[in-house]
Design a protein around this ligand. Structure first.
Ligand SMILES: [Zn+2]
Ligand SMILES: [Zn+2]
Ligand SMILES: [Zn+2]
Ligand SMILES: [Zn+2]
Length: 97
């Protein structure tokens, strides 16, 4: 059961904003949170498997973001030689151009 973006109501949500308790697709998340009043909102990427928990791991071979429990339950990427990255924070909060 995929979550739908609250803003455009047509695209699968990939970001959850904790501050607003709303889900956004990538485009709407960007548009919403580039506004000054929303810049400090706490957000996380949603796990692609369960669509509930925050994603902690990114497998670039599966092209999927996973929470810890979905990863250990359904995937065995390290054993298959997949490239795993740890997602610690939403990238836009760390980088300033
Ligand atoms: Zn949207
Ligand atoms: Zn927000
Ligand atoms: Zn999950
Ligand atoms: Zn994988």
């Amino acid at each position: 059961m995929a979550k739908i973006c609250h803003r455009c109501t047509s695209t699968t949500a990939v970001i959850h904003c904790v501050t607003e308790t709303q889900n956004f697709c990538l485009t709407c998340d960007y548009l919403r949170h580039c506004e000054c009043d929303a810049a400090g909102h706490i957000r996380y990427q949603i796990c692609d498997e369960c669509m509930i928990n925050p994603a902690l791991l990114l497998c670039s071979d599966h092209m999927i973001d996973l929470c810890q429990s979905c990863y250990s339950r359904h995937y065995n990427c390290v054993a298959s030689g997949h490239h795993i990255q740890i997602i610690n924070r939403f990238p836009q909060q760390q980088q300033k151009l």
